[in-house]
Write a protein that binds this ligand. Sequence first.
Ligand SMILES: [Zn+2]
Length: 62
Amino acid sequence: MAKKVSFAQKMMKTDIPTCPVCGEKYLFLKKVTTYKSEKTGSYKYLTQNLKVCKCNEKEAWS
Ligand SMILES: [Zn+2]
C-alpha cells in the first residue's frame, strides 16, 4: 500500500531538540501508513510520530 504523509508541523517551541549528527533542529512529522490486515483483510492505519532531520528526511518523506 502507498504511504501517505498527512502533514508536517514545525513546533513553535524554543526547546526543539537538535540532532547531534547534522546539527539541524528536528521537524516533527506525523506519518500515517496504511496496511492491510492479513487476519481480517481490512485496511488499517498506523500512525507514527517521527523526528525528521537531514539524516533521515529522505526516508521520512518517501
Ligand atoms: Zn540529523
